[in-house]
Design a protein around this ligand. Structure first.
Ligand SMILES: Nc1ncnc2c1ncn2[C@@H]1O[C@H](COP(=O)(O)OP(=O)(O)OP(=O)(O)O)[C@@H](O)[C@H]1O
Length: 569
């Protein structure tokens, strides 16, 4: 990429981040901006006041300032100094108060901005169609929503720091110009040179930042697969492979961080050299060549010394900003991807009328062309329907269409005689309990796991556990429902996990219960007893059960057999 293209890209990304912060801040941003300007002006006013103070100190009461103050009745240098110092202290105190308010306002904006960005990204994720989320790498999403949004907060912080530094520098330069235009001109030229050098080095910093995003995602993915495969790895003594991969990503991250730190440290070194040169130049040229009066000369030296703080901060903020900018670009790219896939409307849910589920010529093919080619069937309310067929013929795809996770690409799907518009789709989802083969337990107590997605009380929980045959398990546990089940229910057996997942589903009192190989880890006798109790439920929800076991399918009222993407019944 040419330097020009790189600068244009950086500027447009910075403008986008600036726009996002401004959109979020609104009037609070204007207030914070006013506080930034106020802090800088008060700082400058304090500096400017040094001229008369030093004037009185150096020239006694006989200088221009002394004579002017004598006109107001302050005859002695001590009285004159007393007044000037009192004003100086008052200004200093006011500056401290304004800068405190400024820092708090900026901190509130920054933390609020991070929170808003995180909610925005998660909302876009929650409203994206399932098909697009299913294709995404989870590590990418987790990394963006946690680490990268935090880095985006850092970028916005450094952007604001940069603005504060610019405000301070402008005021300080303004004062320097008013005191000694030629010297200030030289300082501006030096700053301009620094800015050119700075911008030309930012392409590499931006690349480093992009690399950090990639490495962060790789680290997250490696950790996730390490944890997911830990048991298998431990059983096969394969942990070393995971550790090696982890270590190599860590090395990459460390390398980038060191590279960035070297750039920051190099910048500080150049600044230290440049500011000593500038200080020496001011004294020599000001005293020897331009014959600047001593009070003005000392004030100028103080101003230039003071300027090195904001100038260094501007340099470092700029570098940190560019380093963190790719985080903003990645978060917005994820959002754009989710938005492009279409967002579900947030509407008040309307339950579809009672009646059958009817599929007529429904088709859904996944990317790659596999899926459900055609399904035409009717399922009556309360029916217990088995769905069978070899692996990969489209059973899960059909069920995902029925529950509304996927939209038919062709054909129609109605519930109670009406097609699923967004409001009815939301109402339909409220009436569904879905149990997948893997189940879904989180690292918490049984009680909290059972209470997810329903408002059941303890008695209802006990009844559901009895129905799914998990009551004995809970009775055996020392802490009963308060037992923590481990990550994804790791402290339970596969069959126990499935029984708990089923109990939770029943607690929703669903209109449609979907069991996608949801009891395949339970022993045959246990499953038979469970299906018998499910079949006897009164009132009974419509039950769709995908299963590969013929003895399980024998409990169903009827079985729809899917073959090569085609289903009828
Ligand atoms: N998100 C996806 N992207 C691409 N292809 C997919 C996707 N989901 C499923 N498929 C493909 O679509 C076909 C049908 O998948 P589906 O999960 O519906 O099969 P299934 O009958 O439920 O299989 P199983 O009995 O093994 O669970 C498979 O060949 C599968 O590889």
């Amino acid at each position: 990429m040419s330097r020009r293209t790189m600068i244009v890209k950086l500027l447009s990304a910075s403008r986008a981040l600036f726009g996002a912060v401004a959109d979020y801040s609104g009037w609070r941003g204007v207030r914070a901006g006013a506080l930034v300007a106020g802090g800088a002006i008060l700082d400058g006013a304090g500096l400017l006041l040094l001229v008369p103070i030093l004037g009185v100190v150096v020239e006694g009461g006989n200088g221009r300032v002394g004579r002017m103050l004598a006109g107001f009745g302050l005859e002695t240098p001590v009285a004159q100094l007393g007044l000037l110092v009192a004003v100086f202290v008052a200004l200093g105190m006011l500056r401290a108060v304004v800068q405190f308010a400024r820092d708090m306002a900026l901190a509130r904006l920054q933390t609020g901005f991070i929170e808003a960005e995180r909610v925005r990204a998660v909302a876009a994720l929650a409203r994206a169609p399932w098909s697009s989320v299913a294709a995404m790498r989870h590590a990418r999403i987790t990394n963006l929503v946690t680490t990268e949004i935090q880095r985006l907060g850092t970028a916005s912080f450094f952007m604001v720091q940069g603005i504060v530094s610019v405000a301070m520098l402008v005021i300080q330069l303004g004062i320097a110009i008013s005191l000694a235009p030629a010297l200030a001109g030289a300082a501006i030229a030096l700053l301009g040179l620094g800015a050119i050098l700075f911008v030309s080095a930012q392409g590499r910093v931006h690349d480093l930042g992009k690399g950090m995003v990639r490495a962060g995602q790789a680290l997250m993915a490696s950790t996730a697969s390490f944890l997911a495969g830990l048991k298998t790895a431990a059983a096969q003594n394969e942990q070393a492979g995971f550790v090696d991969e982890f270590a190599s990503i860590q090395r990459e991250i460390r390398g980038r961080q060191l590279d960035f730190q070297a750039r920051q440290a190099g910048g500080r070194r150049s600044f230290a050299i440049l500011s000593s040169l500038l200080g020496g130049m001011v004294v020599l040229i000001g005293y020897g060549w331009l014959a600047v009066p001593p009070a003005v000369l000392i004030t100028l030296v103080l101003i230039f010394a003071r300027m090195s703080g904001p100038a260094l901060q501007l340099y470092q903020s700029g570098q940190n900003f560019v380093f963190a900018l790719p985080a903003f670009e990645s978060v917005r790219a994820l959002e754009a991807e989710l938005l492009a896939a279409g967002q579900k409307d947030t509407v008040a849910p309307v339950p579809p009328p009672p009646g059958p589920i009817v599929l007529s010529g429904v088709r859904y093919l996944h990317p790659g062309g596999r899926g459900l080619r055609s399904a035409s069937l009717t399922i009556a309310p309360g029916e217990f329907v088995g769905i069978a067929g070899p692996s990969g013929v489209g059973k899960t795809t059909m069920v995902d269409l029925i529950v509304g996770l996927l939209d038919p690409q062709q054909g129609t799907l109605t519930v109670g005689g009406v097609p699923l518009d967004p409001a009815r789709r939301a109402g339909w989802a409220d009436a569904i309990a879905y149990v997948s083969q893997e189940g879904f337990l989180f690292h918490d107590t049984l009680r909290r796991n059972l209470a997810w997605g329903n408002s059941a009380d303890e008695a209802e929980m006990a009844a559901a556990l009895a129905l799914t045959g998990a009551d004995g398990l809970v009775a055996r546990m020392e802490q009963g429902l308060d037992t923590v089940v481990g990550e994804r229910g790791a402290m339970l057996s596969g069959g126990e996990r499935q029984r708990i997942g089923l109990a939770r589903a029943l607690l929703r009192r669903p209109r449609l219960l979907v069991l996608d190989e949801a009891a395949n880890a339970i022993d045959a006798a246990g499953e038979a007893a469970l299906l018998d109790r499910l079949k006897a439920l009164d009132p009974r929800p419509t039950i769709l059960m995908i299963s590969h076991r013929e003895e399980s399918l024998a409990w169903c009222d009827r079985v729809i057999r899917v073959a090569d993407g085609v289903a009828a019944g």
